[in-house]
Design a protein around this ligand. Structure first.
Ligand SMILES: [Zn+2]
Ligand SMILES: [Zn+2]
Ligand SMILES: [Zn+2]
Ligand SMILES: [Zn+2]
Ligand SMILES: [Zn+2]
Length: 222
């Protein structure tokens, strides 16, 4: 069919300039899959923890690892290789001390919070979310948890949907329009970018930084 060919083009367009580099906006891009910690991994000094991802057997930490992001199956379901997106990571770090405390987070409440946010109705036009909602309305009680986890994968992980849920702003955003800066730890507008010299996000569609006149070396924006 002719329409299928068109949709291939659209997919190509989504590969923007941001997708090829590690930046504050895109912190998981080709993240090295191990940290050099010898123990712990419960702080942002651990490169796995910092990016909201779990440790694996090639990390240096071994059995002493206390990286809470090893246990995201509580939110994302068993056997899902998901990392938490930067905004969700920050929210988790703020709300719990370790993965044992995940249980204190009520997944139903979290789902309701997401579904009640102001722009949630916008995502319902999206095919993936339309499908999700249709299913949500028909499934049995005992399937609700895994379906809730699917919603979390769609909005709280570094996955493939165009949207993410922002805890900073309590709203769903298009990935193209907003992003969470892992250095400033706040959701930002697409026009903002992180200036290395100021070590702050700065507003403006053109370089250099309006505050210091410097150029950010890691900004992959331009
Ligand atoms: Zn570590
Ligand atoms: Zn690690
Ligand atoms: Zn570790
Ligand atoms: Zn945020
Ligand atoms: Zn920033």
């Amino acid at each position: 069919m002719w329409y299928d060919e068109d949709s291939d083009d659209d997919e190509q367009k989504n590969i923007g300039p941001m997708n090829g580099k590690i930046t504050e906006k895109n912190p998981n891009y080709e993240k090295k899959d191990k940290c050099k910690c010898t123990k712990g991994c419960s702080k942002r000094s651990c490169s796995c923890f910092k990016y909201g991802s779990g440790c694996n057997s090639s990390c240096g930490c071994g059995s002493s690892c206390q990286n809470m992001f090893n246990h995201l199956e509580y939110f994302f379901g068993e056997n899902q290789k998901c990392t938490a997106n930067p905004c969700f990571s920050k929210w988790l770090v703020k709300n719990v001390k370790n993965s044992d405390e995940f249980q204190m987070i009520d997944r139903n409440k979290l789902r309701r919070r997401i579904m009640k946010c102001p722009s949630y109705s916008n995502v319902l036009d999206d095919e993936d979310f339309e499908e999700w909602t249709e299913k949500w309305n028909t499934i049995d009680k005992n399937e609700k948890l895994s379906h809730t986890q699917e919603l979390f994968r769609m909005l709280l992980s570094n996955d493939t949907t165009m949207y993410y849920y922002s805890f900073c702003e309590n709203d769903v955003f298009e990935e193209d329009c907003n992003w969470h800066c892992i250095i400033c730890q706040k959701c930002m507008d697409w026009r903002e970018w992180h200036c290395d010299k100021c070590n702050k996000c700065t507003y403006g569609v053109s370089l250099p930084c309006e505050r210091c006149g410097g150029k950010s070396e890691v900004s992959g924006f331009f």
